[in-house]
Design a protein around this ligand. Structure first.
Ligand code: PLP
Length: 395
C-alpha cells in the first residue's frame, strides 16, 4: 500500500455515501476456509456452451479484434430484435432502439445517468439486486425503497407503490425474476404495475436478466410487451446468467430511440463499445445457443425443487421460487439475525450463503441461497444446515 496522507476527504460525496456490496465479505472469509460449500455466488456453475466459445475463437482467428460501432455490431442488434419479436411479439428497430453494453451492469448505470436529474426519485421494490440503490445514487437520484413481503411471495403491488410516490418520482426500477428472492411477476401482476406507471407517467427500468430462467407453466413476460409499455420501458437483458457468460461482460438495453440515443452518448464517451469478442459470442448464443441454455435451465429446475423441499423439511419457511437461481428462506426460527446466522453457519458447518439484509432492510431475517451448484453439493449443504440448526438453534 502507498504511504500517504488520508485522501478520503477528497472523494466524491456520492461515492462516500454508498457502502461496498455486502455480498463479497462472506466470500473473502469463505475463500480462506477448506471444504466450504458455497450457495453464495450468483453465477452459473456451468461454463459457456462450446459453440459460443468456439465462435469467439474463430472470430479472433479471422482477425476480429477491432472496435465495433458504439451501439454494438448490427448483426447482434438484429439478432436481439429478432429474438424479442419471436419470443415476445415486441418490435425493436436495431438501428435506433438497441444498445449493446458491457453487461446489464453498464446498461443499468447508463439508464440511470441518461434519465435522472439530481433529486429525482426512483421507486425500488426490495429486497433487490445490490446495484440498484448504488447506481441511483451515483446518477444523482434518490432511491426510494418499497418493501415487499414473504406473504406476497415478494411480488410488488400498485397499492404498496402508491404509498411511496411523490411529485419527484420519475422512475420505477423492477427486477423480475428477482435476485435475491426468486420471485416472478405473472401477467396480471404486471398489468397492474403497468397501469400504475401510466397513471404517474413513470419510466420503467426493467432488469430482465433472469427472464430465461423461469420455471413452471408461466412463461416470462417482457415488461415492454404489455399494452402501451414499450415506449416508457427501458428493458435490460444480457447473456451472463442464461448462457453462463458472466465473464464475457455482454448485455444490452432496449427502449425508445431518444433514451437509447442518450445512453449511447454516455456509452461512447465512457466505454466506446462492448468487446468485439463478446459480441461475436452473443450472436452465436442467440443463433445456436438456445438448446444448451434450455438444458441448463432444466438442471436449475431440478436443483430448485430439491432445495425448496429441503428447506421446507428443515423447517425454514420459504415460498417456492419460480425464477432466477435463488431461494430466500426465512431463518428467524433459528433465533439468529441473518448476518449472525450466515457467519455462524460458515464457521460451524462451512456453508456460505448471503444474509438477506445485504439486499435491503426488508431482506433481514432471510438468507439468499444460490442453487447454481451441483445436486450433490446442495444435498450436502442442506444436511449441514440441518445439523447446524440441531446443534446451534437459539431458543
Ligand atoms: N442484474 C441482476 C438482477 C443481477 O443479479 C446481476 C448479476 O448478478 C446483474 C444485473 C449484472 O449482470 P451482468 O453480468 O450482465 O452485468
Amino acid at each position: 500500500m502507498i504511504e500517504s496522507r488520508d485522501w478520503s476527504s477528497r472523494l466524491s460525496p456520492s461515492v462516500q455515501s454508498i457502502a461496498p456490496s455486502g455480498i463479497r465479505k462472506f466470500f473473502d472469509i469463505a475463500a480462506q476456509m477448506k471444504d466450504v460449500i458455497s450457495l453464495g455466488v450468483g453465477e452459473p456453475d456451468f461454463i459457456t456452451p462450446w459453440t459460443i466459445r468456439e465462435s469467439c475463437v474463430y472470430g479472433l482467428e479471422c482477425g476480429y479484434t477491432s472496435y465495433t460501432a458504439n451501439r454494438g455490431m448490427m448483426e447482434l442488434r438484429e439478432e436481439i430484435a429478432y429474438h424479442y419479436e419471436q419470443e415476445y411479439e415486441t418490435r425493436y428497430d436495431p438501428a435506433t432502439d438497441i444498445l449493446v453494453t458491457v453487461g446489464v451492469s453498464e446498461a443499468l448505470d447508463l439508464a440511470m445517468r441518461a434519465v435522472l436529474a439530481t433529486g429525482d426519485e426512483v421507486l425500488i421494490p426490495e429486497p433487490c439486486y445490490v446495484s440498484y440503490q448504488a447506481c441511483t445514487i451515483l446518477a444523482g437520484g434518490v432511491p426510494v425503497s418499497v418493501p415487499t413481503k414473504l406473504e406476497n411471495e415478494f411480488r410488488i403491488t400498485p397499492d404498496e407503490l402508491e404509498q411511496y410516490v411523490t411529485d419527484r418520482t420519475r422512475v420505477l426500477l423492477i427486477g423480475y425474476p428477482n435476485n435475491p428472492t426468486g420471485a416472478v411477476m405473472e401477467r396480471t401482476d404486471l398489468l397492474a404495475i403497468a397501469k400504475f406507471a401510466e397513471k404517474h407517467d413513470l419510466l420503467v427500468i426493467s432488469d430482465e436478466i433472469y427472464g430465461d430462467l423461469t420455471y413452471g407453466d408461466e412463461k416470462h413476460i417482457a415488461f415492454s410487451s404489455l399494452p402501451n409499455m414499450q415506449e416508457r420501458t427501458i428493458l435490460l437483458n444480457g447473456f451472463s446468467k442464461a448462457y453462463a457468460m458472466t465473464g464475457w461482460r455482454i448485455g444490452y438495453a432496449m427502449g425508445n430511440q431518444a433514451i437509447i440515443a442518450a445512453m449511447t452518448k454516455i456509452h461512447q464517451y465512457t466505454m466506446l463499445c462492448a468487446p468485439i469478442t463478446a459480441q461475436l459470442a452473443a450472436i452465436e448464443a442467440l443463433r445456436r445457443g438456445e438448446k444448451y441454455m434450455k438444458k441448463m435451465v432444466a438442471e436449475y429446475d431440478r436443483r430448485r425443487r430439491l432445495i425448496y423441499d429441503g428447506f421446507t423439511k428443515i423447517g425454514l419457511p420459504c415460498f417456492e421460487p419460480k425464477g432466477a437461481f435463488y431461494i430466500f428462506p426465512d431463518i428467524t426460527p433459528s433465533g439468529y439475525q441473518d448476518e449472525e446466522f450466515a457467519e455462524e453457519l460458515l464457521k460451524a458447518e462451512h456453508v456460505a450463503l448471503v444474509p438477506g439484509s445485504a439486499f435491503g432492510v426488508c431482506g433481514a431475517g432471510h438468507v439468499r441461497c444460490s442453487y447454481a451448484t451441483s445436486i450433490d453439493k446442495i444435498s450436502e449443504a442442506l444436511a449441514r444446515i440441518e445439523n447446524f440448526l440441531a446443534k446451534h438453534k437459539k431458543t
